[in-house]
Structure formats: structure tokens, C-alpha cells
Design a binder for this molecule. Structure first.
Ligand SMILES: [Zn+2]
Length: 328
């Protein structure tokens, strides 16, 4: 990490100083912020953190830059094909981890002063939440889709936690940017709001226990209070199940991937049928499970949440398909 000379800080952040003090700018510089995910949200979060003056930024992601990423991420044409964390390292000097966040890699978050959500799935958010509540690290939840976004600061012991809002993994496929689409300006807008919240938290300013909603289709903005649940398994009882459990991925003798979620999920097969019908996919609904084709992959989803994927090329691809249908 390059240590900036005093006069450089003075000059570079001149426009900050009517608003925050020189000491506060230095405080921000010294904080360690970890961004989980380097896609649309994560790449812009890292970008705005850097602009804010955070010098110690870690980013975790195990994906490569693709041409379809360009409109909504901080990546450019020359980054195509590179691991996302490598592209960010070149641009911003962040510390990159080419990893998936799972119960076996949580130590990457150790020593963080704050964690930013740059993911696109509920499972990873539950993991971040368990880790952060357990270790009393503030984190910022960010969710985006089509024209909309929600952002909420989660301060262990003070605010509601993510599990207060979503106590278990959803039992039906959630809409994703891949199926519903997303406009290019949504991710940087959400990331900018999240970094503004991050700055307030790093400087110990007062923040609300509120979820911020924005709707850029109708230009509407809202804040609602999210109550802490007194019976929350995570923040009330300290039952950090997601840190113990893991999505299990096995291969059967024919090479199909079998993905088993960390907990049984009562999947509503009929809701998946509606979703597939809307996507124009062919399927066979056998009530306890549904079978369909996703491009060249044959997929079976059981009501327990177990998924069989024939035609996937790697565990990662199988996990991505699982998260696409069963995650957020
Ligand atoms: Zn909670």
C-alpha cells in the first residue's frame, strides 16, 4: 500500500476538508474495508471506497470479467477475461482474493473494520451476517434489481441483522439480474449510497436503523425502520448456523452435479413452474420435483432444495446455477 505524503493528502482531499477534518480523512485512510463480490456492486463499491480515501481495501470474488459485465460494472474492454479481483487490483491497488466466500474461507474477513455486500445471493449474505454479528463488525447490505435497490447498515447489537429480515433461505427461486435485467446506472448509484453510509460508520457518526429503498423507474426514495427480532436466531441467540453449514456439491457416476443446500428448503415446485413458463422454458412438473433445460444443461430441482445438474462443466458453474434459481 502506498503511503501518501502529507501535502498530497492536503491537496487531493481539499474538497473534503470543509466537511470533514484532516484527522477524519486520516482515520478513513487507516480503516480496513472488505468487499464481498466484485461484480456490478462490488466493483463500484471498491471504486468509491478508493475515491473516499480508504487505503486498505480487500475484495473477494472468484469470477472473470465478461463482455456482458461492462455496462454495469467498473470494468472496461481491456479487462475482459481477467479475474475480476485482478482487474480491480490493477485499477485501484486493492488486495484481491480469488475465492468464494464459504464457511472455509471466512478468515479473509478477519481484521475488517467494515464489510460491504457486493454479492447477489442470500446465502452469502447470511454468511456475512453470521460472521459480522459474531465478531461485532458492521456491514452494509445492498440489494439491486432492474431499476431498484435497498441498502441497510447492519451494526451488531444496535440494529436489526440480516436474519431478523430473512430468517432462512428462501423456498422459491428469487428474481435475479440475469432473469429480470438491470440498468447500468443502478449498481454505481447503490454503491455510492453504500459508501456514503460506510464513511459515516467509519467516522462514528449517528446512523438510522433504516432500510433505504430507491426506485429509479419512478424516481422515488424511501426509508423504513427494520425492527430487531427478539427471537432472532442470529443476533438474539447467537446461533451462527451458516458458519457451520456449507452447500455440498458432489458428482454422480454419470458426471452430473448434485447440489445440496445447507438446510432443507421447502421449495414450492408450482412457483418454479410459473417462473419457467415466464422464461419460456420447457419443463416437466412431477410435483415432488421439476425437470427442465437451461441452455444445454438438464436441471432437476427437488422440493427439498436439492438440485441435480447434468451438463455443467465445473463445481463453480453448478453452484452458480444453484444460486441463480434458489438464491436471490
Ligand atoms: Zn437478527
Amino acid at each position: 500500500m502506498i503511503k501518501m505524503e502529507d501535502n498530497v493528502i492536503e491537496e487531493m482531499y481539499a474538497r473534503h476538508f470543509p466537511l470533514i477534518s484532516r484527522e477524519e480523512q486520516e482515520k478513513i485512510a487507516k480503516k480496513r474495508v472488505t468487499v464481498v463480490g466484485a461484480g456490478a456492486l462490488g466493483s463500484w463499491e471498491a471504486y468509491f471506497l478508493k475515491k473516499l480515501g480508504v487505503e486498505n481495501i480487500r475484495v473477494i470474488d472468484r469470477d472473470f470479467v465478461d463482455i456482458t459485465d461492462l455496462p454495469r460494472t467498473a470494468y472496461e474492454k481491456e479487462d475482459i477475461g481477467k479475474p475480476k479481483v485482478d482487474a480491480l487490483k490493477e485499477k485501484l491497488g486493492i488486495l484481491g482474493y480469488f475465492e468464494d466466500l464459504n464457511p472455509g474461507t471466512m478468515e479473509i474477513l478477519d481484521g475488517s473494520d467494515l464489510v460491504m455486500d457486493g454479492t447477489d445471493n442470500i446465502y452469502t449474505r447470511e454468511l456475512i451476517n453470521d460472521y459480522c454479528v459474531k465478531n461485532r463488525i458492521p456491514w452494509i447490505y445492498v440489494g439491486i434489481l432492474s431499476y431498484y435497490g435497498n441498502i441497510m447498515p447492519i451494526i451488531p447489537r444496535k440494529t436489526a441483522c440480516f436474519r431478523c429480515m430473512i430468517p432462512s433461505l428462501p423456498s422459491r427461486p428469487m428474481p435475479t439480474c440475469a432473469t429480470e435485467g438491470i440498468m447500468s446506472y443502478i449498481a454505481p448509484f447503490a454503491a455510492s449510497l453504500a459508501v456514503a453510509l460506510c464513511a459515516k460508520i467509519l467516522l462514528d457518526e449517528k446512523i438510522d436503523n433504516k432500510m433505504i429503498f430507491f426506485d429509479l423507474k419512478n424516481m422515488e426514495f424511501n426509508k423504513i425502520e427494520i425492527p430487531k427480532r427478539e427471537d432472532c436466531e442470529c443476533c438474539a441467540y447467537g446461533n451462527f448456523i451458516f458458519l457451520k453449514k456449507i452447500i455440498k456439491i458432489e458428482r454422480d457416476c454419470e458426471g452430473a452435479f448434485i447440489v445440496t443446500p445447507p438446510e432443507r428448503m421447502n421449495v414450492n415446485i408450482d412457483e418454479i413452474e410459473i417462473k419457467l413458463k415466464n422464461l419460456g422454458k420447457e419443463y416437466i412438473n412431477l410435483k415432488r420435483f421439476i425437470q427442465f433445460m437451461d441452455d444445454d444443461k438438464k436441471i432437476i430441482i427437488f422440493d427439498s432444495g436439492r438440485m441435480v445438474i447434468k451438463g455443467a462443466h465445473s463445481e463453480k458453474e453448478a453452484k452458480n446455477i444453484f444460486v441463480r434459481y434458489m438464491g436471490d
